[in-house]
Design a protein around this ligand. Structure first.
Ligand SMILES: *Cc1c(COP(=O)(O)O)cnc(C)c1O
Length: 397
């Protein structure tokens, strides 16, 4: 059994905070600043440019890609780090369209994250070859799969409601229709068990600053099915995706390995931070974390039902149909979130009326759940929306 009390001590949670936003940004690992400071001094400080060879900076994207592999069931050397998720979405989409050149539809759902939708539409417009984005209700995805669809871009766990799509079922159906599949695992990695091989998906992408605690803007990952590797054409052909980057040839020749999905210089500092944060997972399985998350989320929903009966839970009832956050709905959601934050219960708001509570068992426990329920009950009684202070909006919600 994992001792979650011990993993909580690995993190710095500011005094008095009940931190329930790990689905948006994981907290700082306590010993990270000191370790990173000495690592930076020893590598960047003392080696300067020699760090590329002597500190192994060039291999970090692949080494950490393999560490991410274990969270998503990916085989060795099929996952690589770099850039941010939005760019990896663009890259996977562009490559997917090239793999299915006769078809013109990108299928996604209307509860997908804005970047996923905007990038799909932006790429279709940029290509200017008749590509169309088909946005459908999540329940209608299967019905919309047909021989016109080139690729399907879905996010496994809905960023608003926490609802979890059936990756195996949807992928199996899509494959039977000849559709190239891309899964966005932003809210899955480190939260729910994922197995890209079981589902035999084509591409997976995700960020690492949510449940993997890689810090603000930490590097994203991209996985590709090894069967496709040598056929993939990345729409962004940067020098480090080349088979021999240091030949500085005038002709682009893609690497025959997962390196072909590297674009440019690896974000060494971000990768080092992420590497440290991933160390916390040694000896801990995503299954253990997910079991605990389901237990805590059930406790939270029970608490809401008994102490805050006027507020609606919009996440699915069955815990296996959810990711690791629970969403509530209230017409005055923004004012309620402001009140909660002012009382040190850190959660967040998504338009138009959605309140999200991220549950990350590495550092959240039953005391956090009880505190969140208690302050929410207080808020509902206080009715903060009646006061100007709780109405005015910040830029980041
Ligand atoms: C968090 C998230 C993103 C964010 O992309 P960035 O490029 O890291 O800003 C994209 N898609 C989904 C589904 C997300 O949950």
């Amino acid at each position: 059994m994992v001792d979650f009390q011990q993993t909580k001590d690995f993190f710095h949670i500011p005094d008095g905070f009940t931190y329930l936003c790990g689905n948006s940004l994981g907290p700082l690992p306590r010993d990270l600043p000191a370790t990173l400071a000495s690592q930076l001094s020893a590598e960047w400080g003392e080696m300067i440019i020699g760090g590329w060879n002597n500190a192994g900076w060039m291999s970090l994207s692949a080494i950490i890609g393999n560490k991410i592999g274990r969270f998503i069931g990916a085989p060795k050397d099929s996952t690589i780090m770099g850039d941010t998720l939005s760019i990896k979405i663009f890259q996977a989409l562009g490559a997917a369209l090239k793999l299915n050149p006769k078809r013109k539809i990108i299928l996604t759902d209307n509860s997908n994250f804005p970047s996923d939708i905007y990038i799909s539409k932006g790429l279709a417009a940029f290509l200017n070859q008749g590509y169309k984005v088909k946005l459908v209700n999540p329940e209608e995805i299967i019905k919309e799969m047909n021989d016109q669809v080139a690729t399907m871009l879905l996010t496994e766990v809905d960023y608003k409601t926490g609802a979890r799509l059936d990756m195996v079922e949807l992928t199996t159906k899509a494959k039977s229709e000849g559709i190239v599949t891309i899964w966005d695992l932003a809210h899955s990695v480190g939260a729910v068990p994922v197995n890209v091989q079981q589902a035999d998906i084509d591409f997976a992408v995700g960020c690492t600053y949510k449940y993997l605690n890689g810090g603000p803007g930490s590097p994203a990952f991209i996985y590709t099915n090894p069967k496709l590797l040598t056929q993939i054409q990345s729409p962004i052909t940067g020098w480090l995706g080349h088979a021999n980057p240091f030949q500085f040839s005038l002709d682009y020749e893609p690497a025959s390995t997962i390196n072909r999905l590297i674009i440019g210089t690896p974000p060494v500092i971000g990768l080092s931070v992420l590497d440290f944060a991933l160390g916390i997972w040694e000896g801990i399985s995503v299954e253990d974390v997910h079991d605990k998350s389901m237990q805590l989320s059930e406790m939270f929903i029970e608490g809401i039902k008994s102490h805050c009966p006027t507020i609606k839970v919009i996440s699915p009832e069955n815990p296996v149909d959810r990711g690791s956050h629970v969403a509530l709905e209230h017409p005055e959601g923004y004012a309620l979130v402001k009140f909660l934050i002012e009382n040190s219960v850190i959660c967040d708001f998504r338009e138009p009326d959605n309140i999200r509570f991220g549950i990350a068992p590495l550092y959240n426990d039953s005391a956090d759940i009880n505190r969140a329920v208690e302050v929410l009950a207080m808020a509902l009684e206080y009715q903060p929306w009646k006061y100007e202070l709780y109405q005015s909006r910040n830029f980041v919600t």
